[in-house]
Design a protein around this ligand. Structure first.
Ligand code: HEC
Ligand code: HEC
Length: 331
Protein backbone atom coordinates (compact mmCIF):
# COMPACT_ATOMS: atom_id res chain seq x y z
CA UNK A 1 0.00 0.00 0.00
CA UNK A 2 2.73 2.41 1.10
CA UNK A 3 4.91 1.40 -1.84
CA UNK A 4 2.13 2.11 -4.30
CA UNK A 5 1.57 5.63 -3.09
CA UNK A 6 5.29 6.41 -3.23
CA UNK A 7 5.31 5.19 -6.78
CA UNK A 8 2.31 7.33 -7.65
CA UNK A 9 4.07 10.33 -6.15
CA UNK A 10 7.25 9.76 -8.17
CA UNK A 11 5.27 9.43 -11.38
CA UNK A 12 3.33 12.64 -10.83
CA UNK A 13 6.56 14.50 -9.89
CA UNK A 14 8.36 13.44 -13.03
CA UNK A 15 5.38 14.41 -15.16
CA UNK A 16 5.50 17.88 -13.62
CA UNK A 17 9.27 18.14 -14.16
CA UNK A 18 9.05 17.14 -17.83
CA UNK A 19 6.73 19.72 -19.25
CA UNK A 20 6.55 20.55 -22.95
CA UNK A 21 9.80 21.40 -24.73
CA UNK A 22 10.69 25.10 -25.04
CA UNK A 23 9.54 26.59 -28.33
CA UNK A 24 11.10 29.19 -30.66
CA UNK A 25 14.35 29.50 -28.75
CA UNK A 26 17.41 30.86 -30.62
CA UNK A 27 19.46 27.90 -29.33
CA UNK A 28 18.61 24.30 -30.19
CA UNK A 29 19.78 21.09 -28.48
CA UNK A 30 22.84 19.18 -29.69
CA UNK A 31 21.84 15.78 -30.99
CA UNK A 32 24.00 12.67 -30.48
CA UNK A 33 26.13 11.65 -33.46
CA UNK A 34 24.81 8.95 -35.76
CA UNK A 35 27.64 6.61 -36.72
CA UNK A 36 27.19 4.92 -40.10
CA UNK A 37 30.71 3.54 -40.54
CA UNK A 38 32.18 2.37 -37.24
CA UNK A 39 35.41 1.04 -38.81
CA UNK A 40 36.13 4.43 -40.38
CA UNK A 41 35.49 6.21 -37.08
CA UNK A 42 37.86 3.82 -35.27
CA UNK A 43 40.58 4.39 -37.87
CA UNK A 44 40.06 8.15 -37.61
CA UNK A 45 40.33 7.92 -33.84
CA UNK A 46 43.68 6.14 -34.12
CA UNK A 47 44.97 8.79 -36.52
CA UNK A 48 43.72 11.62 -34.28
CA UNK A 49 45.79 10.21 -31.42
CA UNK A 50 48.82 9.09 -33.47
CA UNK A 51 51.90 11.31 -32.87
CA UNK A 52 53.72 9.55 -35.71
CA UNK A 53 51.85 11.87 -38.11
CA UNK A 54 54.22 14.59 -36.88
CA UNK A 55 57.90 15.10 -37.69
CA UNK A 56 58.84 14.84 -34.02
CA UNK A 57 56.79 11.71 -33.44
CA UNK A 58 55.51 13.59 -30.41
CA UNK A 59 52.61 15.79 -31.51
CA UNK A 60 49.19 14.44 -32.40
CA UNK A 61 45.91 16.23 -33.08
CA UNK A 62 45.11 15.45 -29.46
CA UNK A 63 48.17 17.44 -28.27
CA UNK A 64 46.44 20.71 -29.14
CA UNK A 65 42.84 19.46 -29.13
CA UNK A 66 43.02 17.42 -25.96
CA UNK A 67 39.82 15.43 -25.57
CA UNK A 68 40.46 15.23 -21.83
CA UNK A 69 40.40 19.05 -21.75
CA UNK A 70 37.34 20.07 -23.74
CA UNK A 71 39.04 19.49 -27.10
CA UNK A 72 41.48 22.36 -26.61
CA UNK A 73 44.93 22.84 -25.04
CA UNK A 74 43.99 25.54 -22.51
CA UNK A 75 46.92 27.65 -23.70
CA UNK A 76 46.76 31.18 -25.13
CA UNK A 77 48.35 29.77 -28.28
CA UNK A 78 49.55 26.25 -29.00
CA UNK A 79 53.00 24.71 -28.79
CA UNK A 80 54.00 23.30 -32.16
CA UNK A 81 56.97 21.48 -33.67
CA UNK A 82 60.28 22.33 -32.00
CA UNK A 83 58.48 24.19 -29.21
CA UNK A 84 57.32 26.91 -31.59
CA UNK A 85 54.74 29.34 -30.32
CA UNK A 86 51.56 29.20 -32.40
CA UNK A 87 50.02 32.33 -33.86
CA UNK A 88 46.47 31.96 -32.58
CA UNK A 89 44.36 30.22 -29.93
CA UNK A 90 43.41 26.63 -30.67
CA UNK A 91 39.60 26.28 -30.94
CA UNK A 92 37.90 23.21 -29.55
CA UNK A 93 37.25 20.27 -31.87
CA UNK A 94 34.10 19.46 -29.89
CA UNK A 95 31.00 20.07 -32.03
CA UNK A 96 33.26 21.42 -34.81
CA UNK A 97 31.14 19.47 -37.31
CA UNK A 98 28.47 22.13 -36.71
CA UNK A 99 30.72 25.00 -37.91
CA UNK A 100 29.86 26.67 -41.22
CA UNK A 101 33.59 26.48 -42.05
CA UNK A 102 36.79 25.68 -40.15
CA UNK A 103 39.48 27.93 -38.61
CA UNK A 104 39.00 31.38 -37.09
CA UNK A 105 38.92 32.87 -40.58
CA UNK A 106 37.02 29.98 -42.20
CA UNK A 107 39.78 29.17 -44.69
CA UNK A 108 38.92 25.43 -44.72
CA UNK A 109 35.47 24.52 -46.00
CA UNK A 110 35.01 21.44 -43.83
CA UNK A 111 36.67 19.04 -41.39
CA UNK A 112 38.25 16.91 -44.11
CA UNK A 113 39.89 19.90 -45.76
CA UNK A 114 40.96 21.21 -42.36
CA UNK A 115 42.65 17.97 -41.26
CA UNK A 116 45.33 18.21 -43.96
CA UNK A 117 46.52 21.57 -42.62
CA UNK A 118 48.16 20.78 -39.27
CA UNK A 119 50.13 17.73 -40.45
CA UNK A 120 52.05 19.80 -43.02
CA UNK A 121 52.11 23.06 -41.05
CA UNK A 122 55.76 23.70 -40.09
CA UNK A 123 54.54 25.48 -36.94
CA UNK A 124 52.30 22.58 -35.89
CA UNK A 125 53.14 18.95 -36.71
CA UNK A 126 55.98 20.01 -39.04
CA UNK A 127 55.61 17.01 -41.38
CA UNK A 128 54.69 16.50 -45.04
CA UNK A 129 51.68 14.62 -46.39
CA UNK A 130 53.97 12.23 -48.29
CA UNK A 131 56.02 11.40 -45.22
CA UNK A 132 52.89 10.93 -43.10
CA UNK A 133 51.56 8.46 -45.67
CA UNK A 134 54.98 6.70 -45.77
CA UNK A 135 54.82 6.21 -42.01
CA UNK A 136 51.33 4.70 -42.19
CA UNK A 137 52.25 2.52 -45.19
CA UNK A 138 55.14 1.05 -43.18
CA UNK A 139 52.75 -0.26 -40.52
CA UNK A 140 50.97 -3.45 -41.63
CA UNK A 141 47.97 -3.04 -39.29
CA UNK A 142 47.29 0.42 -40.70
CA UNK A 143 47.60 -0.89 -44.27
CA UNK A 144 45.05 -3.55 -43.38
CA UNK A 145 42.62 -1.08 -41.75
CA UNK A 146 42.78 1.37 -44.67
CA UNK A 147 42.19 -1.51 -47.07
CA UNK A 148 39.12 -2.60 -45.15
CA UNK A 149 37.65 0.88 -44.92
CA UNK A 150 38.54 2.29 -48.37
CA UNK A 151 38.78 -0.89 -50.48
CA UNK A 152 42.01 0.35 -52.07
CA UNK A 153 45.59 -0.94 -51.92
CA UNK A 154 47.39 2.34 -51.45
CA UNK A 155 46.97 4.73 -48.51
CA UNK A 156 46.41 8.35 -49.59
CA UNK A 157 46.33 11.60 -47.60
CA UNK A 158 42.77 12.00 -48.83
CA UNK A 159 41.78 8.86 -46.93
CA UNK A 160 43.73 9.98 -43.86
CA UNK A 161 41.87 13.29 -43.65
CA UNK A 162 38.55 11.63 -44.49
CA UNK A 163 38.91 9.17 -41.60
CA UNK A 164 39.97 11.87 -39.14
CA UNK A 165 36.95 13.98 -40.14
CA UNK A 166 34.65 11.00 -39.65
CA UNK A 167 35.96 10.58 -36.11
CA UNK A 168 35.64 14.31 -35.42
CA UNK A 169 31.96 14.17 -36.43
CA UNK A 170 31.38 11.92 -33.41
CA UNK A 171 32.81 14.55 -31.04
CA UNK A 172 29.48 16.16 -30.20
CA UNK A 173 28.41 16.90 -26.63
CA UNK A 174 24.68 16.29 -26.15
CA UNK A 175 22.60 16.36 -22.96
CA UNK A 176 23.97 19.55 -21.41
CA UNK A 177 21.75 20.81 -18.56
CA UNK A 178 20.65 23.60 -20.92
CA UNK A 179 19.58 21.03 -23.54
CA UNK A 180 17.64 19.07 -20.94
CA UNK A 181 15.86 22.30 -20.08
CA UNK A 182 15.19 23.00 -23.77
CA UNK A 183 13.65 19.55 -24.00
CA UNK A 184 11.28 20.28 -21.14
CA UNK A 185 13.10 19.44 -17.90
CA UNK A 186 12.45 22.59 -15.85
CA UNK A 187 14.62 21.35 -12.97
CA UNK A 188 17.72 21.04 -15.18
CA UNK A 189 18.55 24.76 -14.84
CA UNK A 190 18.98 26.82 -11.67
CA UNK A 191 17.12 30.10 -11.26
CA UNK A 192 20.41 31.94 -11.90
CA UNK A 193 21.03 30.01 -15.12
CA UNK A 194 17.51 30.85 -16.34
CA UNK A 195 18.00 34.51 -15.45
CA UNK A 196 21.37 34.43 -17.22
CA UNK A 197 19.83 32.95 -20.34
CA UNK A 198 17.13 35.61 -20.37
CA UNK A 199 19.82 38.31 -20.11
CA UNK A 200 21.87 36.59 -22.83
CA UNK A 201 18.89 36.98 -25.15
CA UNK A 202 17.72 40.41 -23.93
CA UNK A 203 21.08 42.16 -24.28
CA UNK A 204 21.59 40.69 -27.76
CA UNK A 205 24.26 37.97 -27.40
CA UNK A 206 22.04 35.66 -29.46
CA UNK A 207 22.42 37.93 -32.50
CA UNK A 208 25.75 36.16 -33.03
CA UNK A 209 25.71 33.18 -30.65
CA UNK A 210 22.75 31.05 -31.71
CA UNK A 211 21.85 27.67 -33.23
CA UNK A 212 22.77 24.31 -31.72
CA UNK A 213 26.46 25.28 -31.29
CA UNK A 214 25.60 28.72 -29.84
CA UNK A 215 27.97 30.13 -32.48
CA UNK A 216 30.00 28.66 -35.32
CA UNK A 217 27.50 29.76 -37.95
CA UNK A 218 28.65 33.26 -38.97
CA UNK A 219 31.66 35.56 -39.25
CA UNK A 220 31.43 38.72 -37.20
CA UNK A 221 33.61 41.66 -36.42
CA UNK A 222 35.44 41.56 -33.08
CA UNK A 223 34.91 45.03 -31.65
CA UNK A 224 31.64 46.25 -33.18
CA UNK A 225 31.09 49.17 -30.80
CA UNK A 226 34.55 49.51 -29.27
CA UNK A 227 37.88 48.30 -30.72
CA UNK A 228 39.55 45.18 -29.28
CA UNK A 229 43.08 45.82 -28.02
CA UNK A 230 45.48 42.98 -28.77
CA UNK A 231 49.10 42.35 -29.72
CA UNK A 232 48.06 39.41 -31.86
CA UNK A 233 48.62 40.26 -35.54
CA UNK A 234 45.73 38.07 -36.86
CA UNK A 235 43.56 40.02 -39.30
CA UNK A 236 40.66 37.59 -39.42
CA UNK A 237 38.85 37.11 -42.73
CA UNK A 238 40.73 40.11 -44.20
CA UNK A 239 43.87 37.95 -44.16
CA UNK A 240 42.19 35.88 -46.88
CA UNK A 241 40.18 38.43 -48.85
CA UNK A 242 42.42 41.49 -48.47
CA UNK A 243 39.17 43.43 -48.01
CA UNK A 244 39.38 46.09 -45.31
CA UNK A 245 35.72 45.47 -44.42
CA UNK A 246 36.73 41.96 -43.32
CA UNK A 247 39.39 43.20 -40.92
CA UNK A 248 38.96 41.60 -37.50
CA UNK A 249 36.08 39.45 -38.67
CA UNK A 250 36.34 36.02 -37.08
CA UNK A 251 34.16 32.95 -37.05
CA UNK A 252 31.94 33.34 -34.01
CA UNK A 253 33.19 30.61 -31.65
CA UNK A 254 30.83 28.01 -30.27
CA UNK A 255 29.92 28.60 -26.62
CA UNK A 256 29.24 24.91 -26.05
CA UNK A 257 31.59 23.64 -23.28
CA UNK A 258 33.00 27.16 -22.99
CA UNK A 259 33.79 26.67 -19.30
CA UNK A 260 36.37 24.05 -20.40
CA UNK A 261 37.93 25.92 -23.34
CA UNK A 262 39.69 28.86 -21.66
CA UNK A 263 41.59 31.04 -22.32
CA UNK A 264 39.22 33.02 -24.53
CA UNK A 265 39.24 34.90 -27.83
CA UNK A 266 41.48 34.36 -30.86
CA UNK A 267 44.48 35.64 -28.92
CA UNK A 268 43.65 33.64 -25.77
CA UNK A 269 44.05 36.81 -23.72
CA UNK A 270 41.24 36.26 -21.19
CA UNK A 271 41.31 33.40 -18.71
CA UNK A 272 38.06 34.06 -16.85
CA UNK A 273 34.69 33.54 -18.38
CA UNK A 274 33.29 36.50 -16.42
CA UNK A 275 35.90 38.76 -18.02
CA UNK A 276 35.11 37.44 -21.49
CA UNK A 277 31.39 38.12 -20.94
CA UNK A 278 32.17 41.67 -19.80
CA UNK A 279 34.40 42.28 -22.86
CA UNK A 280 31.71 40.94 -25.22
CA UNK A 281 28.93 43.07 -23.71
CA UNK A 282 31.02 46.25 -23.92
CA UNK A 283 32.76 45.73 -27.27
CA UNK A 284 30.00 44.01 -29.25
CA UNK A 285 26.92 45.61 -27.70
CA UNK A 286 28.05 48.83 -26.01
CA UNK A 287 26.66 47.64 -22.73
CA UNK A 288 28.32 47.73 -19.31
CA UNK A 289 26.80 44.83 -17.38
CA UNK A 290 26.46 44.76 -13.59
CA UNK A 291 28.56 42.20 -11.70
CA UNK A 292 25.40 40.25 -10.83
CA UNK A 293 24.34 40.14 -14.49
CA UNK A 294 27.76 38.89 -15.57
CA UNK A 295 27.61 36.21 -12.89
CA UNK A 296 24.18 35.04 -14.08
CA UNK A 297 25.21 34.92 -17.74
CA UNK A 298 28.28 32.92 -16.68
CA UNK A 299 26.11 30.42 -14.80
CA UNK A 300 24.01 30.05 -17.94
CA UNK A 301 27.14 29.54 -20.10
CA UNK A 302 28.30 26.78 -17.76
CA UNK A 303 24.98 24.99 -18.33
CA UNK A 304 26.16 24.51 -21.94
CA UNK A 305 28.73 21.92 -20.89
CA UNK A 306 27.50 18.65 -22.37
CA UNK A 307 28.46 15.01 -22.12
CA UNK A 308 32.08 14.76 -23.19
CA UNK A 309 32.98 12.11 -25.78
CA UNK A 310 33.68 8.87 -24.00
CA UNK A 311 35.47 5.97 -25.62
CA UNK A 312 38.32 3.59 -24.97
CA UNK A 313 41.74 5.01 -25.81
CA UNK A 314 42.87 3.66 -29.17
CA UNK A 315 45.76 1.22 -29.14
CA UNK A 316 48.06 2.26 -31.96
CA UNK A 317 49.63 -0.41 -34.16
CA UNK A 318 53.41 -0.75 -33.62
CA UNK A 319 55.99 0.71 -35.98
CA UNK A 320 58.27 -1.60 -37.96
CA UNK A 321 61.90 -1.52 -39.03
CA UNK A 322 60.72 0.22 -42.21
CA UNK A 323 58.93 3.08 -40.40
CA UNK A 324 60.74 6.41 -40.93
CA UNK A 325 62.26 7.53 -37.64
CA UNK A 326 60.94 10.62 -35.86
CA UNK A 327 63.10 13.78 -35.81
CA UNK A 328 62.09 15.54 -32.61
CA UNK A 329 64.95 18.06 -32.52
CA UNK A 330 65.43 18.81 -36.21
CA UNK A 331 64.12 22.15 -37.41
C1 HEC B 1 50.26 22.50 -32.67
C2 HEC B 1 48.86 22.55 -32.29
C3 HEC B 1 47.85 21.91 -33.20
C4 HEC B 1 47.86 20.63 -33.71
C5 HEC B 1 48.92 19.58 -33.57
C6 HEC B 1 46.62 20.49 -34.42
N1 HEC B 1 45.87 21.62 -34.32
FE1 HEC B 1 44.00 21.90 -34.99
N2 HEC B 1 44.14 23.85 -34.61
C7 HEC B 1 45.17 24.47 -33.95
C8 HEC B 1 45.02 25.90 -34.03
C9 HEC B 1 45.96 26.93 -33.44
C10 HEC B 1 43.85 26.13 -34.77
C11 HEC B 1 43.29 27.48 -35.20
C12 HEC B 1 44.07 27.96 -36.42
C13 HEC B 1 43.42 29.09 -37.16
O1 HEC B 1 42.21 29.27 -37.04
O2 HEC B 1 44.12 29.77 -37.90
C14 HEC B 1 43.30 24.81 -35.10
C15 HEC B 1 42.10 24.59 -35.75
C16 HEC B 1 41.51 23.36 -35.89
C17 HEC B 1 40.14 23.11 -36.29
C18 HEC B 1 39.11 24.17 -36.61
C19 HEC B 1 38.15 24.37 -35.46
C20 HEC B 1 37.32 25.60 -35.65
O3 HEC B 1 36.41 25.83 -34.84
O4 HEC B 1 37.55 26.37 -36.58
C21 HEC B 1 39.96 21.76 -36.33
C22 HEC B 1 38.70 21.00 -36.67
C23 HEC B 1 41.24 21.16 -35.99
N3 HEC B 1 42.15 22.15 -35.71
C24 HEC B 1 41.51 19.80 -36.03
C25 HEC B 1 42.81 19.30 -35.97
C26 HEC B 1 43.20 17.96 -36.38
C27 HEC B 1 42.27 16.93 -36.96
C28 HEC B 1 44.53 17.84 -36.15
C29 HEC B 1 45.44 16.66 -36.44
C30 HEC B 1 45.54 16.27 -37.82
C31 HEC B 1 44.96 19.10 -35.56
N4 HEC B 1 43.90 19.95 -35.51
C32 HEC B 1 46.25 19.34 -35.10
C33 HEC B 1 46.20 23.82 -33.31
C34 HEC B 1 46.60 22.52 -33.60
C1 HEC C 1 28.32 40.97 -33.09
C2 HEC C 1 28.44 39.55 -32.80
C3 HEC C 1 28.60 39.13 -31.36
C4 HEC C 1 27.82 39.45 -30.27
C5 HEC C 1 26.61 40.35 -30.23
C6 HEC C 1 28.37 38.73 -29.15
N1 HEC C 1 29.45 37.99 -29.54
FE1 HEC C 1 30.58 36.80 -28.33
N2 HEC C 1 31.88 36.51 -29.88
C7 HEC C 1 31.76 37.05 -31.14
C8 HEC C 1 33.01 36.87 -31.85
C9 HEC C 1 33.31 37.29 -33.28
C10 HEC C 1 33.89 36.21 -30.97
C11 HEC C 1 35.35 35.85 -31.22
C12 HEC C 1 36.17 37.11 -31.01
C13 HEC C 1 37.67 36.89 -31.00
O1 HEC C 1 38.10 35.79 -30.67
O2 HEC C 1 38.41 37.83 -31.28
C14 HEC C 1 33.14 36.00 -29.73
C15 HEC C 1 33.65 35.34 -28.61
C16 HEC C 1 32.94 35.13 -27.44
C17 HEC C 1 33.43 34.39 -26.31
C18 HEC C 1 34.78 33.67 -26.23
C19 HEC C 1 34.65 32.26 -26.75
C20 HEC C 1 35.98 31.58 -26.99
O3 HEC C 1 35.97 30.35 -27.05
O4 HEC C 1 37.00 32.23 -27.15
C21 HEC C 1 32.46 34.42 -25.34
C22 HEC C 1 32.52 33.77 -23.97
C23 HEC C 1 31.37 35.20 -25.87
N3 HEC C 1 31.69 35.59 -27.15
C24 HEC C 1 30.20 35.49 -25.18
C25 HEC C 1 29.31 36.48 -25.60
C26 HEC C 1 28.28 37.05 -24.75
C27 HEC C 1 28.00 36.63 -23.33
C28 HEC C 1 27.65 38.00 -25.50
C29 HEC C 1 26.58 38.96 -25.04
C30 HEC C 1 26.94 39.80 -23.91
C31 HEC C 1 28.27 38.00 -26.81
N4 HEC C 1 29.28 37.07 -26.82
C32 HEC C 1 27.87 38.80 -27.86
C33 HEC C 1 30.65 37.68 -31.64
C34 HEC C 1 29.65 38.22 -30.87
Amino acid sequence: MLRLSVLALTVSMSVAAFAAPQKNEPIQPIEPAVVTNQAKVELGKQLFFDPRLSKSGFISCNSCHNLSMGGSDNLPSSIGHNWQEGPINSPTVLNSSLNLAQFWDGRAADLKEQAGGPIANPMEMGFTHDLAVDVLASIPQYVQSFKEVYKADKITIDEVTDAIAEFEKTLVTPNAPFDKWLKGDEAALSADAKAGYKLFKDVGCTACHNGPAVGGNSFQKMGVVEAYETNNPAEGVAGLTGDDLDRFKFKVPTLRNVELTYPYFHDGAYWNLEEAVDVMARLQLGRKLEKEEIAQITVFLKSLTGEQPSFTMPILPPSTAATPRPQPFVK
